[in-house]
Design a protein around this ligand. Sequence first.
Ligand SMILES: [Fe+2]
Ligand SMILES: [Fe+2]
Length: 381
Amino acid sequence: MDQLQRTRSEMHRELNRQGEWPSASIGFTRRTFLHRSLVAGAAASAATYGWFPLINTIDVAHAQQSFKFAWISDTHLYPKNVNTRFVDKATRAVKEAQAMSPAADFLIFGGDLAQLGDPVELDLGNEILKEVKIKKVFIPGEHDWYLDMGKKWESLFGKQPWAFDHKGVRFVGLDTVSRGPDYWTAKKMTPQQRMGHMATLDGSVAGAWAGVGRDQLEWLNRTLSGWGKDKPVIIFTHNPLYEYYPPWNFWVRDWREVHEVLKPFSNVTNIHGHTHQVLYNEIGKVRSIGMLATSWPWPYAPEGVPALTTPMVRADPGDHFDGVGWAKLTAGGPKVENEYVMWRKDIFAEAAVDSGTGDNVNQILTPRIADREWPYYGAHK
Ligand SMILES: [Fe+2]
Ligand SMILES: [Fe+2]
């Protein structure tokens, strides 16, 4: 049995114990809506772009009343004089979130506001986000952090981690990006070089940088200790809280410890950015939902895409508004609904297999050379 299989069977033993599954009051259904109602409408802008919402419905018991919140992340802003495309898309997402009706109770920005951690980029993002007048909460992405190790980001958006209760739901924000191993000092890297390695998908130099860390695990344990075991918890993180694909840091390296802390709770939803794609997974009693980026869609990883993921419809490379967007979530009543607001100029494919997964006829994905250099890679074979 290889290392990955050992890890997975250990995880199943620990988390999927006999008689343990999400509370019976929670049911997961997946509804996919393909509609062009706005395209058919008169508004020119809607007719230009169309909408492609995908709605996941998750029942969450005990929320006191229904409310909405919005998620925007992965804007990857460059300075305006370098690139305005990402600025345009971030601006659009912010305007749409602000225009939600009924209004969202708050906006969560899920990290990677900047592309290279440049103070100019972070200030630009802060300005764009000022359009949103409702409450805003923030968690950082690695692109925000590794130029000055989070100084500018924290001066604008505050410290991590944090928690607040809202209408019967405990919301938690964790920092999964700042605990990368020191790959720069011995190599005498400049801050720009350090940041440059963080800005690559493969991370073969930066290594297993994504993690929660002992102090935050203890904080999470304390923060949840007084919370009812069956009451809803929604945890925001930049990276997914499970092992999706380590070579791209589509995980946190201490995900098993995280799940150890969460194990007593039957109603936990993790909402994350970083993967820039439609993504859903369940581990034990914890559900994870991956959010769209406004900047660009990442492909699915060559392996490890969870079986419950709705395949991502192939993006048109000629349309930079395609395959990206933001999300509206409704919590409360008996449910949380997650609606991906995906911008599309046109709908090219309606088949579920038009994606990087489950489509062996049209796409064969092979790991790239840089992925094979990842020290953990052998564990996946
Ligand atoms: Fe990102
Ligand atoms: Fe990221």
